[in-house]
Design a protein around this ligand. Structure first.
Ligand code: NDP
Ligand code: OXD
Length: 306
C-alpha cells in the first residue's frame, strides 16, 4: 500500500515518520510532480496538479476539520474524502471561544488597559442572563464549544442544519429558524463549515439581528464574514466588538483595517491547531478500517460540502 503526503505549510519529516510507525505495512513518501501513483493521500491544501496526476487514489485524508479548500479542487470521483474529527481540536476550540466570551463579558480588556495605565478601576458586573451566546454549527467542534459555554452558565443557543438535542443548549435549525436564533443571541460564535450555503452568512442583514451590543467570534472561515458589514455595524455601535481567528486572505494583509480596529481582537488562524500525533493515530485507524472494507466515521459528503 502506498501513501502520498502533500501538505502545505507543514514540515513533512515528522509526519512521514509518524505515518510509517503507525502503518508499518505502507510505503509513505512526499509527493513530487511525476511521482508513482499511490493508494491513499494525506493532504492539506494540495495543488490541482496533485489530483490530476493521481486519478487512481482510493482515499484522501485531510489533515484538518474543514474541507472547503479541498472540495474546491477536481477530485478523483471514486476516492473517499476523510476529514479530521476532533483529534484534539475540540478542547482547543472550547478554550479559545470561552476565553473570548469571558474576556468580553468580564471587561478584561478594559481592566488590562487600566492596569497598564496605573489605574485601579472597577466596572459594573454584567448580567449573565443578558449574555446569551449563539453557536452556529453544532458539529464536532460547535457542540463541544456550546457545552463548555453552558458550563459557565451562559444562556446558550445553537443553530444547525438538522435538529440537535444538547444539554443546556436551546436548539434552532434550518434557514427558517435563523432569524429567531440570531434575535435570541448577543454573542455569536461561528463554527459552520464553509459551503455555498454558508459563504457570506455573517453579513449586515444577519448581524443586525443580533441583540444590541452584540459580539462576533469567527473561528470557522474568513469567507463566512462580510468584512465591511462587520466594520459598519461596529461603527454604528450595534456591535460592541469581535474576535476573529480566520480571514478571507491569510496572512491578513498588512493594510487590512482589522489589524488596527480597537474593538477587534485578531489571532493568526490558531484557535484549534492540528495535533500531529493524535491526527496520525486517527488517520491510521480510519485507513485500516477502509482497507478492511468498513464504513469509517468522518467521511465527507462531497455533494453537501462538509
Ligand atoms: P462538522 O461538520 O462536525 O459540523 C458542522 C456543523 O455545521 C453541523 O452541526 C452542521 O449541521 C452545521 N451546518 C452545516 N451547514 C449548515 C447550514 N447550511 N445551516 C445550518 N447549519 C449547518 O464540523 P466541525 O465542527 O468539525 O468543524 C466546523 C468548522 O470549523 C470547519 O469546517 C472549519 O471550517 C472550522 N475549523 C477552524 C479551525 C481554526 O483553527 N480556526 C480549526 C478546525 C476547524 P448538521 O449537524 O445538521 O449537519
Ligand atoms: C481546520 C483548520 O479546518 O485548521 O482544521 O482550519
Amino acid at each position: 500500500m502506498k501513501i502520498t503526503f502533500c501538505c502545505a505549510d507543514t514540515e513533512p519529516e515528522p509526519w512521514l515518520a509518524g505515518l510509517r510507525a503507525a502503518l508499518p505495512q505502507a510505503e509513505v513518501a512526499v509527493w513530487q510532480p511525476g511521482a508513482t501513483p499511490a493508494d491513499y493521500a494525506v493532504v492539506w491544501q494540495p495543488p490541482q496538479q496533485f489530483f490530476d496526476e493521481q486519478p487512481q487514489l482510493k482515499g484522501i485524508f485531510n489533515i484538518g476539520a474543514g474541507v472547503d479548500a479541498l472540495l474546491s479542487l477536481r477530485l478523483p470521483p471514486q476516492a473517499v474524502v476523510v476529514r479530521l474529527e476532533d483529534a484534539g481540536m475540540a478542547v482547543q476550540m472550547a478554550e479559545y471561544v470561552c476565553q473570548a466570551v469571558i474576556r468580553h463579558f468580564r471587561d478584561l480588556e478594559a481592566y488590562a488597559a487600566d492596569v497598564r495605565a496605573g489605574h485601579w478601576t472597577y466596572y459594573k458586573p454584567r448580567q449573565r442572563s443578558d449574555f446569551a451566546v449563539g453557536v452556529m454549527g453544532l458539529g464536532v467542534l460547535g457542540a463541544r464549544v456550546a457545552q463548555a459555554l453552558a458550563h459557565f452558565e451562559f444562556p446558550v443557543n445553537g443553530w444547525s442544519r438538522t435538529p440537535k438535542l444538547l444539554d443546556g443548549v436551546r436548539g434552532f435549525n434550518g434557514a427558517a429558524q435563523l432569524d429567531a436564533f440570531l434575535a435570541s443571541s448577543r454573542v455569536l460564535v461561528n463554527l459552520l463549515p464553509l459551503t455555498p450555503d454558508t459563504t457570506n452568512i455573517l453579513n449586515r442583514e444577519r448581524l443586525s439581528r443580533l441583540q444590541p451590543g452584540g459580539y462576533v467570534i469567527n473561528v470557522a472561515r474568513g469567507a463566512h464574514l462580510v468584512d465591511e458589514d462587520l466594520l459598519a455595524l461596529l461603527d454604528s455601535g450595534h456591535l460592541a466588538g469581535a474576535t476573529l481567528d480566520v480571514f478571507r486572505a491569510e496572512p491578513l494583509p498588512p493594510a487590512h483595517p482589522f489589524w488596527r480596529h480597537l474593538n477587534i481582537t485578531i489571532t493568526p488562524h490558531t484557535s484549534a491547531r492540528t495535533l500531529r500525533e493524535t491526527s496520525i493515530a486517527q488517520i491510521a485507524s480510519k485507513l485500516m478500517g477502509l482497507q478492511r472494507g468498513e464504513r469509517v466515521a468522518g467521511l465527507v459528503d462531497v455533494g453537501r460540502g462538509y
